[in-house]
Design a protein around this ligand. Structure first.
Ligand code: DAH
Length: 347
């Protein structure tokens, strides 16, 4: 056998071996190793070019040509395999990381207004329709506005009605009710007639339980002018309860005592749980107390800058938390400021 045939046979054997190995390869790493073994500068195929001088001179071109053919053939097969493996990776990825656009999406949690913000707005709206405007007064009040000017002098036993948070500054307290806003509004508007709603947080030094909180909202109502009567008050408050609780709601008034009104009263609505029969919500009474009210006391009118001989007025104090508790059957006042979203997101 000539040298030529031997070299070519070797080459053919090498090609066969390379092709057989390539067939088995399934991954990119093995493919790169294969390329290093058969097609790199130091590979066996390349080594044949260096061995050309071993062959007789006239046969060298043929052998060289053949070696080139083998090299090109292996390169082509390498490229084919490379594409195949890449495609296989792609297919596997598509299968494993499939995005199913038909799956239901995850809803982001939506923020919402606090239940009491909603109830307060409803109260403002109802009174706005009757000509009352919102008047804001501060949470931190003087003892004078909160008590003194409302006809509750120091050491008066009526002060026991309000358990007060005092500040370190003498004479400065957290307001225990929205009534001090009456004095502020009167002093600002006198001698003009007034129709205002005074909303806001009030603070009391209380033992917290299901029906007592140390902070809660109140909405105060104040109307001052000439010839304002108890009848005007009754009509206004009855109209409010109808718009708030429904046309069919029944109300009643009972005499009561508050130092800043004379006469004073409390208003009840018929229990809408038992319709007046008596149940656990109304404590068997058939009625639910919803507000305190009365004709502004002459002393308070005078403190506000109105002559009680010429002017008269009515005032009322509503509890918006109580309104919500009755309407939505909320049995614990601590829910309002507990900030539990499971409660808050129901409204
Ligand atoms: N300020 C009273 C309280 O906090 C509520 C109240 C009662 C307000 C009668 C009034 C009223 O304006 O006339 O308990």
């Amino acid at each position: 056998m000539s040298e030529k045939t031997e070299l070519i046979q070797e080459l053919e054997a090498l090609q066969k071996k390379a092709e057989l190995e390539l067939k088995e390869i399934q991954d990119a790493v093995s493919l790169q190793n294969w390329r290093a073994a058969y097609l790199s500068r130091s590979s066996d195929v390349m080594a044949f070019f260096k061995r050309l001088p071993e062959a007789p001179k006239e046969e060298r071109p043929k052998i060289g040509q053949f070696a080139n053919q083998v090299k090109t053939a292996l390169e082509k097969q390498f490229e084919k395999k490379e594409i195949m493996i890449k495609q296989a990776y792609l297919d596997a990825n598509l299968k494993n990381e499939r995005l199913d656009v038909t799956l239901p999406g995850r809803k982001p949690a939506r923020g919402r207004l606090h239940i009491q913000t909603l109830v307060l707005r409803e109260i403002y709206r109802i009174f706005a329709e009757m000509g009352f405007q919102v008047y804001r007064s501060p949470d931190v009040e003087s003892d004078e506005n909160n008590f003194e000017l409302l006809n509750i002098p120091a050491h008066h036993p009526a002060r026991d009605l309000w358990d007060t948070f005092y500040t370190t500054k003498p004479g400065v307290i957290m307001r225990t009710h929205t009534s001090p806003g009456q004095v502020r509004a009167m002093r600002e508007f006198s001698p003009e007639p007034i129709r205002v709603v005074l909303p806001g947080m009030c603070y009391r030094y209380e033992q917290i339980d299901a029906s007592h909180e140390i902070q809660f909202n109140q909405v105060e109502l104040l109307a001052v002018g000439k010839n304002i009567t108890f009848g005007d008050m009754k009509g206004t408050l009855e109209e409010f309860t109808k718009r708030m609780y429904g046309e069919g709601v029944r109300t009643r008034m009972r005499p009561s005592y508050f130092p800043f009104v004379e006469p004073g009263a409390e208003m009840d609505v018929e229990c809408f749980v038992c319709a007046g029969k008596g149940c656990s919500v109304c404590g068997g009474k058939g009625w639910l107390e919803i507000l305190g009210c009365g004709m502004v006391h002459p002393t308070v009118l005078r403190n506000g800058g109105y002559d009680p001989e010429i002017y008269s007025g009515f005032a009322a104090g509503l509890g918006p938390e109580r309104i919500s508790m009755l309407r939505y059957r909320i049995d614990d006042i601590r829910n309002f400021w507990g900030n539990d979203v499971r409660f808050l997101e129901q409204f």
